[in-house]
Design a protein around this ligand. Structure first.
Ligand SMILES: Nc1ncnc2c1ncn2[C@@H]1O[C@H](COP(=O)(O)OP(=O)(O)OP(=O)(O)O)[C@@H](O)[C@H]1O
Ligand SMILES: [Mg+2]
Length: 369
């Protein structure tokens, strides 16, 4: 090899080394290679920066220093038991959680593999660690949501059973008794026990009254299940009907501001908004201590904006943070199911504000379907 060829080869080797280092340093993963004595052969910038050093400061060192902030990222790579196994030829994969409770997650996906010579001899350890904290946080959020939904489903199941029990009781005790009484009365009239027309007329009047009350009881049960006014007259009339009985009986005064043509509303939106109104009204009555509350239904672009504001004591922080409060959770889920959003907050003035937005199309987003 003449001197020109020698220079060219040296240049090529240098260029390859630079390229290799550039590739290594471009990786966001924390990469380090160590020999059998655990001396650092090479590490990338991400690894060195993570413990507050420059890569060249770590070359040839055996002890991986602690990071500046005292965390133990160096320990991701330096673990005696792992080192022995990897040097024995066994690759290792671990999820290492360095989170402490005071801070957010610090979780790493760590691979340690034997570094082999061309002949296949293990000459050291190559380790790389990827920060998967964000992914981990996301997984935590998802499993929390999953748990909430499971509990909501169980709660709804219980609510449905209780509702069935109550309706069965109403039908059996109320309707059953009335029908039995009417049946006895009819038998008596048919048996011809009295031929006095005045007595018979009085008896028939009583039966008619009993019949009227029975029909009323049937209507009450049906209305509690689903008010017909919602299907016959629309959401506005149903909301007015809902608050009118409360306004008659004292307590907070409910006002309705309805600025939407409800004949154009999708059936799913109509039902959802009505059920949410029932829950909001019940919350205002039970928890707010308010004097006034306003239910507003408005247009907001392509969505229906539905708000309920009261001037009461305001929802407390614990309830805002409690993801297991089923009334609020149920409303949020119903809104999400229709591709909308649900928010509840304390008002600046006083009281609580619920804000629900639902797209007119009322279609579920694929991630919430
Ligand atoms: N308008 C409001 N004013 C004050 N506090 C409220 C209001 N709405 C809700 N809260 C608070 O939020 C909590 C959670 O409400 P949520 O509707 O989820 O449950 P709940 O009404 O207690 O029970 P459920 O609705 O399951 O019968 C309530 O217990 C209450 O403390
Ligand atoms: Mg409630």
């Amino acid at each position: 090899m003449n001197s020109t060829e020698g220079h060219r080869t040296a240049d090529q080797i240098r260029a390859k080394k630079i390229l290799f280092e550039d590739i290594l340093n471009s990786s966001p993963d924390l990469i380090i290679a160590r020999d059998r004595e655990l001396k650092t052969l090479i590490c990338n910038r991400a690894f060195a920066e993570n413990i507050g050093k420059l890569p060249e400061q770590l070359m040839g060192k055996t002890d991986l220093p602690e990071s500046n902030d005292g965390s133990q990222e160096a320990g991701l790579h330096a673990d005696r038991q792992d080192e022995l196994e990897v040097l024995g030829g066994k690759p290792i994969h671990r999820i290492v959680d360095l989170s402490d409770h005071a801070t957010n997650s610090r979780v790493f996906d760590v691979f340690k593999v034997p570094l082999r010579s061309d002949e296949g001899t293990v000459i050291g350890i190559l380790s790389s660690a990827r920060d998967i904290s964000e992914l981990f946080e996301l997984r935590k959020t998802l499993s929390k949501r999953e748990q909430e939904l499971r509990e909501l489903a169980a709660h709804l199941y219980e609510v449905r059973e209780n509702e069935r029990k109550r309706i069965a009781g109403d039908i059996h005790d109320d309707l059953g008794q009335r029908l039995t009484a009417m049946s006895l009365g009819l038998h008596w009239a048919a048996s011809g026990i009295s031929d006095n027309p005045a007595v018979l007329n009085k008896h028939l009047d009583d039966l008619l009254e009993m019949n009227r009350r029975t029909l009323q009881a049937v209507q009450d049960i049906a209305t509690r299940l689903r008010p017909r006014i919602l299907d016959d007259m629309g959401l506005k009339a149903a909301l007015e009907w809902l608050v009118s009985s409360i306004n008659r009986h004292g307590g907070p005064v409910f006002a309705i501001e309805f600025e939407v043509d409800d004949s154009l509303l999708d059936q799913a939106i109509t039902t959802t908004l009505f059920r949410m109104a029932e829950e909001c009204v019940s919350n205002v009555l039970r928890h707010s201590n308010a004097r006034q509350a306003v239910l507003k239904v408005q247009e907001e672009g392509d969505s229906i904006l539905y708000t309920v504001e009261d001037d009461g004591i305001g929802i407390d922080q614990a309830s805002l943070e409690n993801s297991r409060s089923f009334g609020l959770l149920g409303m949020r889920e119903r809104a999400l199911l229709l591709g909308g959003s649900f928010e509840i907050a304390r008002r600046n003035a006083a009281g609580t504000k619920v804000r629900i937005s639902i797209p007119r199309s009322g279609r579920a987003r694929p991630d919430h379907a």
